[in-house]
Design a protein around this ligand. Structure first.
Ligand code: GLU
Length: 424
Protein backbone atom coordinates (compact mmCIF):
# COMPACT_ATOMS: atom_id res chain seq x y z
CA UNK A 1 0.00 0.00 0.00
CA UNK A 2 1.11 3.53 -0.66
CA UNK A 3 3.33 5.22 1.96
CA UNK A 4 4.31 2.01 3.77
CA UNK A 5 8.06 2.17 4.30
CA UNK A 6 10.37 0.09 6.48
CA UNK A 7 10.69 1.19 10.09
CA UNK A 8 13.74 3.33 10.83
CA UNK A 9 16.87 1.71 12.24
CA UNK A 10 17.33 3.09 15.73
CA UNK A 11 19.75 5.13 17.21
CA UNK A 12 23.06 5.21 15.53
CA UNK A 13 22.86 8.91 16.24
CA UNK A 14 20.29 10.89 18.14
CA UNK A 15 18.25 12.47 15.31
CA UNK A 16 17.62 15.62 17.32
CA UNK A 17 21.38 16.18 17.77
CA UNK A 18 21.89 15.47 14.09
CA UNK A 19 19.34 18.15 13.18
CA UNK A 20 20.68 20.65 15.74
CA UNK A 21 24.27 20.35 14.54
CA UNK A 22 23.23 21.69 11.12
CA UNK A 23 20.83 24.20 12.65
CA UNK A 24 23.64 25.60 14.81
CA UNK A 25 25.93 26.23 11.84
CA UNK A 26 23.20 28.01 9.88
CA UNK A 27 22.03 30.04 12.91
CA UNK A 28 25.60 31.23 13.50
CA UNK A 29 26.07 32.23 9.87
CA UNK A 30 22.81 34.18 9.98
CA UNK A 31 23.84 35.88 13.22
CA UNK A 32 20.63 34.83 15.02
CA UNK A 33 20.42 36.26 18.55
CA UNK A 34 20.51 33.87 21.53
CA UNK A 35 16.88 34.67 22.34
CA UNK A 36 15.62 33.77 18.87
CA UNK A 37 17.93 30.74 18.80
CA UNK A 38 16.35 29.42 21.99
CA UNK A 39 12.83 30.01 20.71
CA UNK A 40 13.53 28.24 17.42
CA UNK A 41 15.10 25.20 18.98
CA UNK A 42 12.38 24.62 21.59
CA UNK A 43 9.21 22.78 20.50
CA UNK A 44 6.04 24.81 21.10
CA UNK A 45 4.04 21.86 22.37
CA UNK A 46 4.70 18.18 23.14
CA UNK A 47 1.87 15.80 23.89
CA UNK A 48 2.15 12.15 24.96
CA UNK A 49 -0.99 10.04 25.28
CA UNK A 50 -1.78 6.48 26.33
CA UNK A 51 -4.21 4.76 23.96
CA UNK A 52 -5.98 1.66 25.30
CA UNK A 53 -7.06 -0.62 22.44
CA UNK A 54 -9.11 -3.80 22.63
CA UNK A 55 -7.17 -6.32 20.59
CA UNK A 56 -8.78 -9.11 18.56
CA UNK A 57 -8.09 -11.58 21.38
CA UNK A 58 -10.29 -9.51 23.69
CA UNK A 59 -7.41 -8.16 25.81
CA UNK A 60 -6.72 -4.45 26.20
CA UNK A 61 -3.28 -3.24 25.13
CA UNK A 62 -2.10 0.32 25.83
CA UNK A 63 -0.12 2.07 23.09
CA UNK A 64 1.82 5.30 23.42
CA UNK A 65 1.13 8.15 21.01
CA UNK A 66 2.99 11.41 20.48
CA UNK A 67 2.38 14.71 18.78
CA UNK A 68 5.08 17.36 18.83
CA UNK A 69 4.33 20.82 17.45
CA UNK A 70 7.71 22.35 16.87
CA UNK A 71 6.45 25.69 15.60
CA UNK A 72 3.19 27.31 14.55
CA UNK A 73 4.34 30.84 13.92
CA UNK A 74 4.23 30.52 10.12
CA UNK A 75 0.74 29.00 10.20
CA UNK A 76 -0.95 25.81 11.36
CA UNK A 77 1.52 23.06 12.20
CA UNK A 78 1.92 20.32 9.59
CA UNK A 79 3.47 16.89 9.57
CA UNK A 80 2.92 13.17 9.32
CA UNK A 81 2.31 10.45 11.89
CA UNK A 82 4.84 7.64 12.06
CA UNK A 83 3.63 4.16 13.00
CA UNK A 84 6.59 2.00 14.08
CA UNK A 85 7.57 -0.21 17.01
CA UNK A 86 10.59 1.90 17.91
CA UNK A 87 9.21 5.44 17.48
CA UNK A 88 10.77 7.60 20.16
CA UNK A 89 9.84 11.10 21.33
CA UNK A 90 13.38 12.30 20.45
CA UNK A 91 12.91 11.19 16.89
CA UNK A 92 9.44 12.77 16.71
CA UNK A 93 10.85 16.02 18.10
CA UNK A 94 13.59 16.10 15.45
CA UNK A 95 11.15 15.25 12.68
CA UNK A 96 8.78 18.00 13.89
CA UNK A 97 11.57 20.58 13.65
CA UNK A 98 12.49 19.24 10.22
CA UNK A 99 8.90 19.89 9.13
CA UNK A 100 9.19 23.54 10.24
CA UNK A 101 12.31 23.97 8.12
CA UNK A 102 10.85 21.99 5.24
CA UNK A 103 7.68 24.11 5.01
CA UNK A 104 9.76 27.29 5.30
CA UNK A 105 12.20 26.20 2.56
CA UNK A 106 9.38 25.69 0.06
CA UNK A 107 7.62 28.80 1.35
CA UNK A 108 4.25 27.30 2.24
CA UNK A 109 2.29 28.86 5.13
CA UNK A 110 2.74 26.11 7.71
CA UNK A 111 4.63 25.46 10.90
CA UNK A 112 6.08 22.04 11.66
CA UNK A 113 4.80 19.05 13.64
CA UNK A 114 5.17 15.31 13.76
CA UNK A 115 3.33 12.46 15.42
CA UNK A 116 4.19 8.91 16.31
CA UNK A 117 2.51 5.79 17.61
CA UNK A 118 4.59 2.95 19.05
CA UNK A 119 3.06 -0.06 17.35
CA UNK A 120 3.88 -2.59 14.68
CA UNK A 121 1.27 -1.98 11.98
CA UNK A 122 2.47 -5.04 10.05
CA UNK A 123 1.47 -7.31 12.90
CA UNK A 124 -1.91 -5.74 13.65
CA UNK A 125 -5.25 -6.59 12.08
CA UNK A 126 -7.17 -3.91 10.22
CA UNK A 127 -9.69 -3.71 13.07
CA UNK A 128 -6.98 -3.26 15.71
CA UNK A 129 -5.34 -0.53 13.64
CA UNK A 130 -8.63 1.27 13.13
CA UNK A 131 -9.34 1.28 16.88
CA UNK A 132 -5.80 2.52 17.52
CA UNK A 133 -6.11 5.37 15.00
CA UNK A 134 -9.51 6.39 16.36
CA UNK A 135 -8.14 6.27 19.91
CA UNK A 136 -5.17 8.44 18.94
CA UNK A 137 -7.42 10.94 17.16
CA UNK A 138 -9.79 11.16 20.08
CA UNK A 139 -6.89 11.67 22.52
CA UNK A 140 -5.53 14.44 20.26
CA UNK A 141 -8.84 16.25 19.62
CA UNK A 142 -7.65 19.40 21.35
CA UNK A 143 -4.30 19.36 19.52
CA UNK A 144 -5.18 18.82 15.86
CA UNK A 145 -7.50 20.85 13.64
CA UNK A 146 -7.56 22.40 10.15
CA UNK A 147 -6.34 25.75 11.49
CA UNK A 148 -4.13 24.34 14.26
CA UNK A 149 -2.26 21.21 13.35
CA UNK A 150 -2.82 19.03 10.29
CA UNK A 151 -1.52 15.44 10.34
CA UNK A 152 -0.59 13.39 7.27
CA UNK A 153 0.84 9.95 6.54
CA UNK A 154 4.43 9.05 7.33
CA UNK A 155 6.24 5.71 7.65
CA UNK A 156 3.74 2.95 8.40
CA UNK A 157 0.64 5.02 7.68
CA UNK A 158 -1.27 5.92 4.53
CA UNK A 159 -4.62 7.06 3.10
CA UNK A 160 -6.57 4.42 5.05
CA UNK A 161 -5.35 5.73 8.42
CA UNK A 162 -6.04 9.32 7.33
CA UNK A 163 -9.61 8.37 6.42
CA UNK A 164 -10.20 7.00 9.94
CA UNK A 165 -8.67 10.12 11.51
CA UNK A 166 -10.78 12.44 9.39
CA UNK A 167 -13.91 10.46 10.24
CA UNK A 168 -13.23 10.37 14.00
CA UNK A 169 -12.42 14.10 14.11
CA UNK A 170 -15.50 14.95 12.00
CA UNK A 171 -17.82 12.88 14.21
CA UNK A 172 -16.50 14.62 17.32
CA UNK A 173 -17.36 17.98 15.73
CA UNK A 174 -20.68 16.99 14.24
CA UNK A 175 -19.70 17.88 10.67
CA UNK A 176 -17.39 16.67 7.92
CA UNK A 177 -14.00 18.38 8.20
CA UNK A 178 -11.76 17.04 5.43
CA UNK A 179 -9.05 19.70 5.91
CA UNK A 180 -8.01 18.24 9.30
CA UNK A 181 -5.67 15.72 7.63
CA UNK A 182 -4.00 15.37 4.25
CA UNK A 183 -3.00 12.29 2.30
CA UNK A 184 -6.63 11.10 2.35
CA UNK A 185 -8.14 8.73 -0.22
CA UNK A 186 -9.27 10.66 -3.32
CA UNK A 187 -12.94 10.05 -2.68
CA UNK A 188 -12.71 11.69 0.77
CA UNK A 189 -11.13 14.87 -0.57
CA UNK A 190 -7.61 13.60 -1.15
CA UNK A 191 -5.63 15.33 -3.88
CA UNK A 192 -4.63 13.99 -7.25
CA UNK A 193 -0.86 13.66 -7.33
CA UNK A 194 -0.41 13.26 -3.55
CA UNK A 195 0.83 9.65 -3.69
CA UNK A 196 3.65 10.40 -6.13
CA UNK A 197 4.28 13.96 -4.85
CA UNK A 198 7.42 13.30 -2.79
CA UNK A 199 8.97 11.25 -5.63
CA UNK A 200 8.06 14.03 -8.03
CA UNK A 201 9.86 16.64 -5.92
CA UNK A 202 12.91 14.34 -5.76
CA UNK A 203 12.84 14.11 -9.56
CA UNK A 204 12.65 17.91 -9.97
CA UNK A 205 15.59 18.39 -7.55
CA UNK A 206 17.61 15.64 -9.25
CA UNK A 207 17.13 17.24 -12.67
CA UNK A 208 17.99 20.70 -11.30
CA UNK A 209 21.11 19.25 -9.63
CA UNK A 210 22.17 17.50 -12.85
CA UNK A 211 21.77 20.75 -14.74
CA UNK A 212 24.13 22.51 -12.28
CA UNK A 213 26.64 19.68 -12.61
CA UNK A 214 26.28 19.58 -16.42
CA UNK A 215 25.10 15.97 -16.38
CA UNK A 216 22.87 15.05 -19.30
CA UNK A 217 19.87 13.10 -17.90
CA UNK A 218 19.79 10.92 -21.01
CA UNK A 219 23.32 9.74 -20.23
CA UNK A 220 22.95 9.70 -16.45
CA UNK A 221 22.79 6.68 -14.15
CA UNK A 222 21.10 6.51 -10.77
CA UNK A 223 20.74 4.23 -7.73
CA UNK A 224 17.63 4.45 -5.55
CA UNK A 225 17.55 3.09 -2.01
CA UNK A 226 14.03 2.29 -0.80
CA UNK A 227 11.13 1.30 -3.06
CA UNK A 228 8.20 2.65 -1.05
CA UNK A 229 6.13 5.47 -2.43
CA UNK A 230 9.05 7.94 -2.43
CA UNK A 231 11.75 5.75 -4.01
CA UNK A 232 9.52 3.99 -6.52
CA UNK A 233 8.00 7.18 -7.94
CA UNK A 234 11.34 9.01 -7.91
CA UNK A 235 12.80 6.10 -9.92
CA UNK A 236 9.83 6.00 -12.29
CA UNK A 237 9.73 9.75 -12.95
CA UNK A 238 13.51 10.03 -13.39
CA UNK A 239 13.47 7.03 -15.71
CA UNK A 240 10.73 8.70 -17.81
CA UNK A 241 13.09 11.66 -18.20
CA UNK A 242 15.90 9.54 -19.61
CA UNK A 243 17.86 8.56 -16.47
CA UNK A 244 18.91 4.92 -16.33
CA UNK A 245 18.09 3.41 -12.91
CA UNK A 246 20.87 0.87 -12.31
CA UNK A 247 19.82 -0.23 -8.84
CA UNK A 248 16.85 -0.22 -6.48
CA UNK A 249 16.32 -1.77 -3.06
CA UNK A 250 13.83 -2.48 -0.31
CA UNK A 251 13.81 -4.48 2.92
CA UNK A 252 14.50 -7.68 0.93
CA UNK A 253 17.83 -6.29 -0.37
CA UNK A 254 19.31 -4.52 -3.42
CA UNK A 255 18.70 -5.26 -7.12
CA UNK A 256 21.14 -4.27 -9.87
CA UNK A 257 20.99 -4.32 -13.65
CA UNK A 258 23.76 -2.64 -15.65
CA UNK A 259 21.33 -2.06 -18.56
CA UNK A 260 18.88 -0.29 -16.27
CA UNK A 261 15.99 -1.71 -14.28
CA UNK A 262 12.53 -1.83 -15.81
CA UNK A 263 10.86 0.34 -13.15
CA UNK A 264 7.25 -0.26 -14.23
CA UNK A 265 7.91 -3.99 -14.04
CA UNK A 266 9.52 -3.64 -10.59
CA UNK A 267 6.59 -1.53 -9.33
CA UNK A 268 4.04 -4.02 -10.63
CA UNK A 269 6.05 -6.88 -9.13
CA UNK A 270 6.32 -5.22 -5.72
CA UNK A 271 2.63 -4.33 -5.70
CA UNK A 272 1.61 -7.90 -6.49
CA UNK A 273 4.07 -9.23 -3.89
CA UNK A 274 2.75 -7.43 -0.75
CA UNK A 275 5.10 -4.49 -1.22
CA UNK A 276 8.28 -6.58 -1.51
CA UNK A 277 10.79 -6.98 -4.35
CA UNK A 278 11.82 -10.41 -3.00
CA UNK A 279 12.24 -12.73 -6.00
CA UNK A 280 12.26 -9.89 -8.60
CA UNK A 281 14.04 -11.37 -11.63
CA UNK A 282 14.86 -8.25 -13.65
CA UNK A 283 18.16 -7.76 -11.82
CA UNK A 284 20.93 -9.41 -9.80
CA UNK A 285 21.00 -9.25 -6.00
CA UNK A 286 23.38 -6.75 -4.32
CA UNK A 287 23.82 -5.51 -0.76
CA UNK A 288 22.66 -2.18 0.58
CA UNK A 289 26.24 -1.02 0.87
CA UNK A 290 26.91 -1.99 -2.77
CA UNK A 291 23.96 0.15 -3.80
CA UNK A 292 24.96 3.18 -1.75
CA UNK A 293 28.57 3.14 -2.92
CA UNK A 294 28.15 2.02 -6.54
CA UNK A 295 29.32 3.95 -9.55
CA UNK A 296 26.24 5.91 -10.56
CA UNK A 297 25.90 9.66 -11.15
CA UNK A 298 22.96 10.13 -8.81
CA UNK A 299 22.13 8.49 -5.48
CA UNK A 300 18.60 8.79 -4.07
CA UNK A 301 18.42 7.55 -0.47
CA UNK A 302 14.67 7.19 0.01
CA UNK A 303 14.35 4.74 2.88
CA UNK A 304 15.39 5.72 6.37
CA UNK A 305 17.65 7.78 8.63
CA UNK A 306 21.43 7.69 8.90
CA UNK A 307 22.13 5.25 6.05
CA UNK A 308 24.96 7.40 4.71
CA UNK A 309 27.35 7.24 7.65
CA UNK A 310 31.06 8.06 7.67
CA UNK A 311 32.02 4.65 6.27
CA UNK A 312 29.59 4.87 3.33
CA UNK A 313 30.48 8.53 2.72
CA UNK A 314 34.15 7.58 2.28
CA UNK A 315 33.30 4.93 -0.33
CA UNK A 316 30.58 6.90 -2.07
CA UNK A 317 31.01 7.40 -5.85
CA UNK A 318 27.89 9.39 -6.77
CA UNK A 319 28.27 13.03 -7.88
CA UNK A 320 24.80 14.04 -6.76
CA UNK A 321 22.77 12.91 -3.73
CA UNK A 322 19.08 13.74 -3.58
CA UNK A 323 17.61 12.91 -0.18
CA UNK A 324 14.15 11.38 -0.60
CA UNK A 325 14.09 10.20 3.05
CA UNK A 326 14.21 12.38 6.15
CA UNK A 327 17.73 12.45 7.62
CA UNK A 328 19.42 9.76 5.47
CA UNK A 329 22.86 11.38 5.89
CA UNK A 330 24.40 11.35 9.36
CA UNK A 331 25.81 14.72 10.36
CA UNK A 332 29.23 13.13 10.80
CA UNK A 333 29.19 12.17 7.10
CA UNK A 334 28.57 15.77 5.98
CA UNK A 335 32.23 16.92 5.98
CA UNK A 336 33.37 13.84 4.03
CA UNK A 337 30.72 14.38 1.38
CA UNK A 338 31.51 18.08 1.13
CA UNK A 339 35.23 17.42 0.84
CA UNK A 340 34.61 15.06 -2.05
CA UNK A 341 32.71 17.82 -3.87
CA UNK A 342 29.48 15.81 -4.01
CA UNK A 343 26.38 17.98 -4.45
CA UNK A 344 23.94 16.87 -1.72
CA UNK A 345 20.38 18.16 -2.08
CA UNK A 346 19.17 17.96 1.53
CA UNK A 347 16.01 16.26 2.76
CA UNK A 348 14.26 19.45 3.88
CA UNK A 349 14.33 20.58 0.26
CA UNK A 350 14.45 17.32 -1.75
CA UNK A 351 11.49 15.56 -0.13
CA UNK A 352 9.30 18.64 0.35
CA UNK A 353 7.15 17.71 -2.69
CA UNK A 354 4.99 15.61 -0.35
CA UNK A 355 4.07 18.38 2.03
CA UNK A 356 3.67 20.77 -0.91
CA UNK A 357 0.90 18.63 -2.40
CA UNK A 358 -0.50 18.17 1.13
CA UNK A 359 -0.80 21.95 1.17
CA UNK A 360 -2.62 21.83 -2.18
CA UNK A 361 -4.94 19.18 -0.75
CA UNK A 362 -5.74 21.41 2.24
CA UNK A 363 -6.30 24.41 -0.04
CA UNK A 364 -8.69 22.38 -2.23
CA UNK A 365 -10.57 21.11 0.85
CA UNK A 366 -11.01 24.62 2.11
CA UNK A 367 -12.10 25.88 -1.29
CA UNK A 368 -14.48 22.95 -1.71
CA UNK A 369 -13.00 22.50 -5.16
CA UNK A 370 -10.83 19.98 -7.03
CA UNK A 371 -7.79 20.79 -9.09
CA UNK A 372 -6.71 18.75 -12.12
CA UNK A 373 -3.64 16.50 -12.01
CA UNK A 374 -2.03 18.78 -14.57
CA UNK A 375 -2.43 21.86 -12.35
CA UNK A 376 -1.03 20.01 -9.35
CA UNK A 377 2.07 18.73 -11.15
CA UNK A 378 2.71 22.11 -12.75
CA UNK A 379 2.49 23.95 -9.40
CA UNK A 380 4.53 21.31 -7.56
CA UNK A 381 7.26 21.46 -10.20
CA UNK A 382 7.34 25.25 -10.01
CA UNK A 383 7.56 25.38 -6.22
CA UNK A 384 10.25 22.69 -6.12
CA UNK A 385 12.36 24.30 -8.85
CA UNK A 386 12.07 27.80 -7.34
CA UNK A 387 12.99 26.40 -3.92
CA UNK A 388 15.97 24.54 -5.36
CA UNK A 389 17.18 27.75 -7.03
CA UNK A 390 16.68 29.78 -3.83
CA UNK A 391 18.71 27.31 -1.79
CA UNK A 392 21.38 26.98 -4.48
CA UNK A 393 21.73 30.76 -4.58
CA UNK A 394 22.04 30.90 -0.76
CA UNK A 395 24.78 28.26 -0.96
CA UNK A 396 26.69 30.59 -3.30
CA UNK A 397 25.97 33.73 -1.27
CA UNK A 398 27.10 32.16 2.01
CA UNK A 399 29.66 29.83 0.45
CA UNK A 400 28.22 26.77 2.19
CA UNK A 401 26.90 23.36 1.06
CA UNK A 402 23.26 23.19 0.02
CA UNK A 403 22.29 21.52 3.32
CA UNK A 404 23.40 24.49 5.40
CA UNK A 405 21.98 26.85 2.77
CA UNK A 406 18.56 25.20 3.12
CA UNK A 407 18.67 25.75 6.88
CA UNK A 408 19.71 29.35 6.31
CA UNK A 409 16.74 29.99 4.00
CA UNK A 410 14.36 28.30 6.45
CA UNK A 411 15.66 29.77 9.71
CA UNK A 412 15.81 33.23 8.19
CA UNK A 413 12.12 33.05 7.25
CA UNK A 414 10.99 31.71 10.63
CA UNK A 415 13.19 34.14 12.60
CA UNK A 416 11.96 37.15 10.58
CA UNK A 417 8.34 36.08 11.02
CA UNK A 418 8.91 35.77 14.76
CA UNK A 419 10.51 39.20 14.92
CA UNK A 420 7.56 40.82 13.13
CA UNK A 421 4.96 38.98 15.20
CA UNK A 422 6.82 39.59 18.45
CA UNK A 423 6.50 37.81 21.78
CA UNK A 424 5.80 38.71 25.39
N1 GLU B 1 5.34 12.76 6.20
C1 GLU B 1 5.67 13.56 5.07
C2 GLU B 1 6.97 14.34 5.30
O1 GLU B 1 7.80 13.94 6.09
C3 GLU B 1 4.52 14.46 4.65
C4 GLU B 1 4.06 15.43 5.68
C5 GLU B 1 2.79 16.16 5.25
O2 GLU B 1 2.34 15.99 4.11
O3 GLU B 1 2.26 16.88 6.07
O4 GLU B 1 7.24 15.30 4.63
Amino acid sequence: MAYLEPAPIKDKENPFDSMMSRFDIAAKLLGISDEIYNILKTPARQVIVGIPVTMDNGKIQVFEGYRVIHSNILGPAKGGIRFAPDVHIDEVRALAAWMTWKCAVVDIPYGGAKGGITCNPREMSEGELERLVRGYTSAMLSVIGPDKDIPAPDMGSGPREMAWMMDEFSKAHGMTIPAVVTGKPLVLGGSLGRVEATGRGVMVCALAGMERLHINPYKATCAVQGFGNVGSYAAKLLNERGVSILAISDMSGGYYNDKGIDIDKAMAYSQANKGSLEGFDGAEKITNEDLLTMKADVLVPAAKEDVIDENIARKLQAKLIVEGANGPTSHKADPIINEKGVLAVPDILANAGGVTVSYFEWVQNRLGYKWTAERISRRTDRIMKESFDRVYQASIDYNVPMRIAAYIVAIDKVAKTYQFRGGY
